[in-house]
Write a protein that binds this ligand. Structure first.
Ligand SMILES: [Zn+2]
Length: 214
């Protein structure tokens, strides 16, 4: 009898299928509903490594430098993403402050750091016992890291404020856009099947034996 870990369910029609072999197929479709189940992403590990490094370099300026400067009636005001978090906190919008901190500050940093760490270990073929856990954690964070939502909120604010104040775009704004693009690009370049296959390949034989006897 085939083990359940060797099977996947089609998200379109729940048909159980043999797990994808990333070494062989470039694309795999469901034979029943023709839904695309897997599309191979070439050089996934190198791309994720390069994208996560780029994102991490942009992270500090993106979070700490002012995004915009508003000029109205001789008054100038600017603020960074971190300033927005502090401001919400001091105005007692605790829930909004926590949400902003988690989704736009903490989770993007954790996600990029985890992907960098996993991709680097795979590239150097260095296996550590927490490697599968780190990769799984980066998957969970993918759903919660949403700096793009904050960017949309900033863009909406720009449209609303532009009629009453002149807006100057600061360095932090471009760094933040770059961070958002890198966070999204890391998800697009990530081929989980290839990552899991590499994790299995670099796993020392002793541990493979231990797992197979479980
Ligand atoms: Zn299907």
């Amino acid at each position: 009898m085939r083990s359940l870990s060797a099977l996947i369910a089609c998200p379109g029609c729940d048909l159980l299928l043999k797990k994808i072999n990333p070494a062989g197929s470039i694309k795999q479709f469901c034979p029943r509903c023709n839904r695309l189940l897997y599309q191979k992403k070439s050089h996934s590990i190198s791309k994720v490594l390069a994208i996560s490094i780029s994102g991490l370099i942009a992270y500090i300026p993106a979070i700490s430098l002012p995004l915009l400067t508003l000029n109205a009636m001789g008054m100038h005001q600017n603020g960074s993403v971190f300033d927005a978090f502090v401001s919400f906190y001091h105005q007692n919008y605790i829930f909004v402050a926590v949400l902003l901190f988690l989704t736009s500050i903490l989770f993007p940093l954790l996600k990029l750091s985890l992907l960098f760490s996993v991709a680097l270990q795979l590239k150097l073929r260095l296996y550590s016992n927490n490697l599968p856990f780190l990769f799984r954690l980066s998957h969970y964070l993918d759903e919660w890291g949403m700096p793009d939502v904050y960017l949309i909120a900033v863009l909406v604010s720009i449209i609303k404020i532009s009629s009453v104040a002149s807006i100057q775009y600061d360095v932090g704004f471009f760094c933040f856009i770059f961070l958002v693009v890198m966070t999204r690009a890391s998800s697009s370049a990530l081929d989980s099947e290839i990552f899991w296959q590499e994790i299995q390949q670099i796993k020392p034989p002793m541990q493979l034996h231990e797992n197979s006897s479980d």
